[in-house]
Ligand binder design. Structure first.
Ligand code: ATP
Length: 236
């Protein structure tokens, strides 16, 4: 199977802070891959390097075989990112925000309208299409972030703590939507603090701590290996 993500000796420093300190990681195409780690482990930095928001200090990072910096144009339509923070244009109804985003990716106006309708229905907020982002509930905001990540029908969906701060029912609904996408062939990279989330969803999990990968295994193997000390630490 081809790799969706191939990382070798990836490094990123912010001044004296070594946010990524020689990360090696392979995410197979079609997999549901989890990145677990405590606050400050480097998860968001890792994601930001992958999507080209942060320049790496060293090492090699490839998505679908393309270098994330040199060949970024080749892959930007194939990656959907739902970031942790709500970096959304707040002055337009969410339908228009999505149509604009589709436009940035070169999708025709007509197709953008169809895609927008489709993704809003998929995440269950179609009836809110004429509402502005700030007027949505917290749970609906999370759903919107997922809808926005899906607008280009990405082959790789990156979710940075997608269920942080949402109630149990919405968490389960979001899980269902994400699992369905994975079953249709989308590769998923998900960061989380919740070991339960990784156990429930992921085929494979990497544990990141202080910018280094401590372990890569299935969630069950991690439990069996007695990495509970790391895992328990993640429950905060
Ligand atoms: P969290 O779970 O809290 O989101 P994380 O695992 O995503 O944490 P990062 O946000 O990637 O971790 O941070 C890794 C390290 O890099 C931390 O020590 C953080 O303070 C530092 N860092 C991240 N971004 C910057 C920045 N722009 N400037 C300076 N230091 C940064």
């Amino acid at each position: 199977m081809e790799s969706a993500i191939e990382i070798r000796d990836l490094r990123k420093s912010y001044g004296d802070v070594q946010a990524l300190d020689g990360v090696d990681l392979t995410v197979p195409e079609g997999s549901f891959f989890g990145l677990l780690g405590p606050n400050g482990a480097g998860k968001t930095t890792f994601i930001n390097v992958l999507v080209g928001l942060v320049r790496k200090s060293g090492g090699d990072a490839r998505v679908f075989g393309y270098d994330v910096e040199d060949d970024y144009r080749e892959v930007r339509d194939r990656i959907g990112l739902a970031p942790q923070e709500f970096n959304v244009d707040r002055f337009f109804p969410i339908r228009e925000v999505l149509e604009h985003k589709a436009g940035y990716h070169g999708i025709s106006r007509e197709h953008a309208r169809e895609r927008t309708e489709e993704v809003l229905k998929r995440v269950g907020i179609y009836e809110k299409r004429d509402t502005r982002f700030d007027w949505l509930s917290g749970g609906m905001k999370r759903r919107f972030m997922l809808a926005r990540a899906l607008i280009t029908e990405p082959d790789l969906l990156i979710l940075d703590e997608p269920t942080a701060g949402v109630d149990v029912q919405l968490r389960h609904e979001l899980w269902e939507t994400i699992v369905d996408l994975n079953q249709r062939g989308t590769t998923i990279l998900l960061t989380t603090h919740y070991i339960e989330e990784a156990e429930r969803l992921c085929d494979e999990v990497a544990i990141l701590d202080s910018g280094r990968v401590l372990d890569v295994a299935s969630p069950e193997e991690l439990m069996d290996r007695g990495t509970d000390d790391v895992v328990v630490k993640l429950r905060d």
